[in-house]
Design a binder for this molecule. Structure first.
Ligand code: LMR
Length: 328
């Protein structure tokens, strides 16, 4: 072989090598609906950083926040089509796929985030990660956002204060029943539409975490926030079983490690962000925080408690019992 020919074939081999390395790169699209300055937004960024540190250019993680790629109704069908690889819808948004995760929407099920951790890390919580195996979806972990607060243009100290008001809810039949139990009118609505629905009076109120109330600026268009801590808004990080199981074992192990680390990071951050963002809402002076008395809380609990029996058949008494047993 002449020197020139040799040089050409070496160059060609290098180009071919580069092409095959580039085509072997796994692109992981992670779509979510919240802002980057939230526990989920921060967790997703952390996952990207760690996955790319662990696996180098074998993977590229692309994060799409703020419903840029899909809203929560569209993201799971898109995942099964292969258009997105990771998402973390709220646990309230899986009703079309499994009735079991409706557990997490039961009002006053968990007294605090320690009880939530206890259940999610326990046997039943871990089993629920695979509750959609028959639908081709695998849960990779739970991420916290936190406990929900009620907001409206009036203080909601007792259940009677909510009667007749329209509340925006996530797409969950359990949450619809929760508001019907206090004679309010629930309206399922995409997260991205909520601010303008509150602003224009299409709905009167909503329930969400401090982080979402702050980052979506709901506090600017609601005169009162009632510190009700009446329910949970947490996430299931989910992927397509076919895509996940089809990954090269080294890539899968690296992504799993990055996900486990991101789970710990996001869950460690959520309580801190909730406290900080609650304070920023107070400092804004745009809304007033009100706190129900212990008797008022008891009245809310009693009014909403029938929802547990209403959904016990769909969810499973064993799951409800295991979750309630985590309250110390
Ligand atoms: C909502 O729709 O209120 C939440 O599920 C949004 C989110 O992802 O926190």
């Amino acid at each position: 072989m002449t020197k020139k020919l040799l040089a050409t074939s070496v160059a060609m081999a290098a180009v071919l090598g580069m092409t095959s390395a580039a085509s072997a790169q796994v692109v992981v699209k992670y779509a979510h609906v919240v802002a980057p300055n939230t526990p989920k937004g921060q967790g997703a960024e952390f996952f990207k950083k760690r996955a790319e540190e662990i696996l180098g250019d074998k993977v590229k993680v692309e994060i799409y926040p703020n419903s840029q790629l899909f809203d929560d109704d569209k993201v799971l069908p898109a995942m099964l089509r292969g258009d997105v690889q990771l998402a973390a819808p709220s646990l309230a948004k899986f009703g079309k796929w499994t009735s079991k995760l409706g557990l997490f929407d039961l009002p006053f099920l968990f007294n605090d985030m320690e009880a939530v951790e206890c259940f999610q890390k326990g046997e039943k919580g871990q089993e629920l990660l695979l509750s959609m195996a028959d639908k081709g979806l695998t849960g990779l972990g739970y991420w916290h956002n936190g406990l929900k607060q009620l907001s409206a243009n009036k203080p909601l100290l007792t259940p009677a204060d909510a009667a007749g008001l329209k509340f925006r809810i996530q797409s969950s039949d359990v949450l619809a029943a929760q508001f019907e139990a206090v004679d309010a009118v629930p309206q399922k609505m995409a997260f991205a539409e909520t601010y303008s629905a509150l602003q224009t009076g299409v709905v009167d109120g909503q329930e969400n975490t401090w982080s979402n109330i702050y980052s979506q600026k709901f506090f600017e268009v609601q005169d009162y926030i009632t510190e009700s801590n009446h329910g949970l808004l947490d996430y299931l990080v989910v992927t397509s079983t076919k895509w996940w199981d089809g990954l090269d074992p080294e890539i899968q192990a690296g992504l799993k490690q990055a996900m486990d680390e991101a789970t710990e990071y996001a869950n460690g951050l959520s309580g801190k962000l909730a406290d900080e963002q609650r304070q920023l809402i107070v400092d804004s002076g745009e809304t007033e925080l009100v706190k129900p008395s212990a008797d008022d809380v008891k009245a809310w609990r009693e009014a909403m408690k029938p929802v547990w029996a209403q959904f016990e058949g769909d969810i499973g008494a064993d799951l409800i019992e295991a979750a309630a047993a985590c309250n110390k």
